[in-house]
Design a protein around this ligand. Structure first.
Ligand code: N2P
Length: 365
């Protein structure tokens, strides 16, 4: 992608710095425990009175129905919500200079890229009076030391959702996408990190590999699976899965839960070879036009009932410790066994050009 090529040097320097401080490495537990330097949050001058508008740019299907209307009513702010289907789509837009957004919601692996382009504003912690509700596991993550620029939103995994009434064998391997019996009935995410990543895992590799030979093998596997695929489609596949037009879909855990809520014959699993675990967090671009309203929204979603409603509607895990007891459907942190099979995506640094090229070739084939 052109946007990835620009600023490549700055990004490389940033990544080198991150690696040098150890801040880029996932450490204990969920990989969320921080080891980077503490950065004092809360610096900066007052933001002034709350503005009348707020522009959100979020993953699709990531809100409860009343999240935004209740905020609008209580704060007298008109909120617009634009959505995206991948980190890369969102990053491309930001890097092309989109400047109207007040809050966006990247996954952790995108942070080094956003920092390298100096796109993120530090948050003023004094406006985040509900900050104490965040679970310790999500404090001081390696990708944003001291949470100086982000408020954690949700976490989940990438796996397989399938119709157990239509598929006889449990599809617990990424190899299911090679199975011609399911031709035209299967989809994979429209997401280069998840598609190439899953075929790397299939062969026992890291889903962050930048090894040319490993990537070449993953590309061959993706090309082998492609004739069976109905489409590369992300969150919108839910409707086709519910209708039974799609039987097996590579899917994110929460989106799968949303589909299960409407069609109990759907089941979700993480294949035996393992998959992605991700953590998404709200950040404020430096160009955000409504910074006080953005902080009020961040503080609002940190309220336990608001966070619990989001978790219940979206099916993702909440990083809000105080919200957990309020959720109807608990999303427990992964077990040690599951964690052994899950991997955080990392920024690929210089390797991202290779990934982008392979993905373009797969899509074009
Ligand atoms: C929301 C999907 C977000 C998960 N529909 C990917 N990080």
């Amino acid at each position: 992608m052109a946007n990835r090529a620009t600023g490549e040097l700055a990004r490389r320097e940033f990544v080198r710095r991150v690696i040098a401080t150890g801040a880029g490495l996932a450490t204990a537990n969920l990989g969320l425990a921080g080891c980077g330097p503490k950065v004092a949050a809360g610096a900066g001058e007052d933001l002034g009175p709350i503005e009348k508008g707020l522009n959100l740019y979020l993953w699709s299907d990531y809100l409860a129905d009343d999240t935004v209307p209740n905020f609008e009513k209580e704060f007298g702010v008109k909120v617009t919500v634009d959505t995206y289907e991948s980190n890369e789509e969102m990053a491309a837009k930001l890097m092309a200079g989109a400047s109207g957004y007040d809050l966006v919601l990247p996954s952790s692996y995108l942070f080094p890229v956003l920092f390298s382009k100096d796109l993120l504003a530090p948050l003023r912690r004094k406006y985040l009076t509900n900050w104490g509700n965040v679970a310790p596991l999500f404090l001081n993550p390696p990708w944003d030391p001291g949470n100086a620029h982000s408020v954690p939103w949700g976490w989940g995994t990438t796996g397989i959702a399938y119709r157990k009434d239509l598929v006889r064998e449990r599809p617990d391997s990424w190899a299911v996408f090679f199975d011609e019996r399911y031709r035209g009935k299967v989809t994979m995410l429209d997401d280069l990190r998840d598609v190439i990543g899953s075929f790397l895992r299939l062969r026992g590799r890291s889903l962050n590999s930048v090894d040319p030979a490993e990537l070449a093998a993953a590309k061959q596997d993706a090309l082998k699976a492609k004739p069976n695929l109905r489409a590369y489609v992300s969150a919108p596949v839910k409707a086709q899965l519910i209708a039974g037009d799609v039987w097996i879909a590579q899917m994110w855990s929460g989106d799968a839960q949303q589909a299960i809520a409407e069609q109990p014959a759907i089941e979700y699993l993480v294949p035996k070879e393992g998959g992605t675990i991700f953590s998404d967090a709200l950040v404020m671009p430096r160009s955000a036009p409504h910074q006080r309203a953005a902080h009020e929204f961040l503080n609002y979603i940190l309220r336990p009932p608001v966070a619990a409603a989001i978790a219940d509607k979206t099916g993702y895990g909440t990083p809000n410790q105080a919200a957990l007891p309020l959720t109807r459907a608990k999303v427990p942190y992964p077990t040690a066994d599951e964690l052994g099979r899950l991997e955080y995506q990392k920024d690929l640094g210089q390797g991202s050009e290779q990934w982008d090229r392979i993905w373009t070739e797969i899509k074009a084939a």
